[in-house]
Write a protein that binds this ligand. Sequence first.
Ligand code: SF4
Length: 104
Amino acid sequence: MKNNLKTMNAEERAEANRASFESYSVGRSAEELKFSNTIPSKFRLGWLRSRAGQASPRQMIKSKCQECVGYEEVVKRVGGCRSTICPLWTERPYQNDEADSDQE
Ligand code: SF4
């Protein structure tokens, strides 16, 4: 049985993501679900896990930073963030952009 996303084909990955989205959507308010549906699918699972309290602090920070830059050019914009007054700044992801980029 294939259970690693990297070994799945596109159809299997889409089905696994759909099942995960449904699983982590349980208990979310209508407002949260409406917002989550605006998040590009590659970032949505991290956000849903964070809201469900089932993500690491690192993932939660990553989700916030992804949202902060509007889910556009995430690696470049978060890694190059200059908002040093932000309380998350020292912990933001993608500071070593190549090392983190596969986790986007
Ligand atoms: S560290 Fe930068 S990208 Fe992350 S939340 Fe703060 S201002 Fe936004």
